[in-house]
Design a protein around this ligand. Structure first.
Ligand code: 5AD
Ligand code: SF4
Length: 348
């Protein structure tokens, strides 16, 4: 297995059968997992040193027209509490975020049909003029190419659009009335053309997902060369069809993060909230597998609990924007610290 890991490090890729073998072995043999994580951490340190970028996450709306099987905000979940922030509320969050030191602000939300291009454009323009030195990241799902272009012109810089599952059948089983993986990838291509820094990613351990599916996800990531990759474990939410399914596996998640870091040395890879929600040490373990970004929650405190994509979602303490000193202390325990810069994607 050592040979395979060394080949991955040298070529930044593996053929599908080798990748599958490596993934299986990493979940069965802790030495293999550790070897992967060691290489991944070394790679991340060469690129970013011991600094971890922070992004302030503002959750715009919990309304969603989609019905993703795994997500607590799916439209069929009648028990979900819905809210929508006003532009004034969002700008208040930005002000607080800027004051706390964030230089990347992320507007994330369900696919809320009321978020027209005009509405978002107005909001982004105001953010851009009030905070010229801040990177603006959007995470608002599938929109038209024209919309992506308009929002880019308004001042957005980056766009997170996890591909969720590269395999067509798995994608369709998780998104029964979605527009399919081809359309999802077309959206990512449109974002690239519009000159965004683009983020892909997937959950680990969602129902029906096999190692072979993950190998397909890694091949897609290799082909698309995204600037950002979000990877976290699946976590069940009781008011969804997958409510009784087990959570994703920690070690498999860490192995995938490490492999992505080795494949894409300069990528921005968050140690996700899902990982921190799975286990108290999750955030640190993600960093010790090559992740270099943390995204604390900057949403108004009264709506935070309502943005429940899964249960027990961490949004307080070190996952909260107000908890940056606790986060800094936690990072210090493993020799890392917060890097307060914008943290744009750079090649070398
Ligand atoms: N568990 C883990 N991650 C989830 N997401 C949505 N629902 C869940 C869940 N139950 C992820 C998806 C989506 C992002 C908003 O969060 O990958 O892209
Ligand atoms: Fe909506 Fe995103 Fe949840 Fe899917 S994962 S239901 S798109 S909020």
């Amino acid at each position: 297995m050592k040979k395979l890991v060394e080949r991955l490090v040298r070529d930044k890729r593996l053929d599908a059968s080798d990748m599958g073998e490596l993934l299986k072995s990493a979940t069965q043999d802790s030495n293999v997992l550790q070897l992967l994580r060691d290489y991944a951490v070394r790679t991340a340190r060469q690129q970013f040193g011991l600094g971890i970028y922070i992004r302030g996450l503002i959750e715009l709306s919990s309304f969603c027209r989609c019905n993703c099987l795994y997500c607590g905000l799916r439209r069929s979940n009648r028990t979900a509490e819905r809210y929508r922030l006003t532009q004034e509320e969002v700008l208040e969050c930005c002000k607080e975020g800027y004051r706390l030191g964030f230089r990347t602000l992320v507007l994330q939300g369900g696919e809320d049909g009321t978020h027209s291009d005009e509405w978002l454009e107005t909001l982004i323009c105001q953010m851009r003029s009030q905070y010229p030195d801040v990177a603006i990241t959007l995470s608002l799902g599938e929109r038209s190419e024209t919309s992506y272009i308009r929002l880019k012109r308004a001042g957005a810089n980056r766009y997170l659009l996890r591909h969720e599952a590269a395999n067509k059948e798995l994608y369709e089983s998780l998104h029964p009335d979605g527009r399919g993986i081809e359309h999802r990838i077309a959206c990512a291509e449109a974002l690239k053309r519009a000159d965004y820094q683009v983020g892909l990613g997937m959950m680990i351990g969602v129902k029906g997902q096999t190692i072979e599916h993950l190998v397909e996800d890694l091949a897609l990531i290799e082909r698309m060369q995204p600037q950002m990759v979000g990877i976290g474990p699946f976590l069940p939410h009781k008011a969804t069809p997958l409510g009784n399914e087990p959570a994703g596996d920690l070690n498999l998640t860490l192995a995938i993060i490490a492999i992505v870091r080795i494949m894409l040395p300069t990528a921005l890879i968050p140690s996700t909230t899902a990982l921190a929600s799975l286990t108290p040490r999750g955030r640190l373990e993600g960093i010790l597998s090559g992740a270099n970004v943390v995204m604390p929650n900057l949403s108004p405190s009264d709506v935070r609990a309502k943005y429940a994509i899964y249960e027990n979602k961490a949004s307080w303490g070190k996952e909260a924007a107000e908890g940056l000193s606790a986060l800094e202390n936690e990072l210090n325990t493993i020799g890392y610290h917060i890097d307060w810069s914008r943290g744009d994607y750079h090649i070398e």
